[in-house]
Design a protein around this ligand. Structure first.
Ligand code: 5GP
Ligand code: ZN
Length: 111
């Protein structure tokens, strides 16, 4: 299920370019276009849904192992996994996404 108007569905289809990190039948991961730190990634279900509550469990369970692999691949020791639902919770793109945000030592530059 995808939405023709959704920017992340277009990224999954390749209609909008992205720096892809991972793809499986249910999950897609790519670098955030406005990274909060080097390696800031977005991990998303291919199933289109705006909020966590819209996504089937069988799709959701495949997300966190991918976020874990990306965290390991970046070498990040400290990192945040964030997932916003709704405008009041600061969600901007209405396709479920998990941010994987490395938190490098401040001496390394971007925090
Ligand atoms: P939200 O606030 O909805 O949790 O975060 C949406 C994220 O999507 C933001 O960090 C933003 O930089 C990212 N984003 C929005 N549009 C694009 C895009 O076209 N390409 C990529 N790679 N990231 C995007
Ligand atoms: Zn979508």
């Amino acid at each position: 299920m995808s939405s023709a108007a959704c920017i992340f569905c277009k990224i999954i289809k390749g209609d909008i370019p992205s720096l892809k990190l991972f793809e499986s039948d249910k999950v897609f991961a790519f670098l955030d276009i406005q990274p909060l730190s080097r390696g800031h990634a977005l991990v998303i279900p291919k199933f289109h849904g705006a909020k966590l509550t819209d996504i089937p469990d069988e799709d959701l369970v495949e997300i966190l192992p991918v976020a874990k692999k990306i965290a390991q691949a970046t070498g990040a020791v400290d990192f945040n996994i964030l997932q916003n639902n709704g405008r009041i919770a600061h969600q901007v793109v209405d396709h479920v996404h998990f941010h994987m945000i490395p938190k490098p030592n401040e001496k390394e530059g971007m925090t």
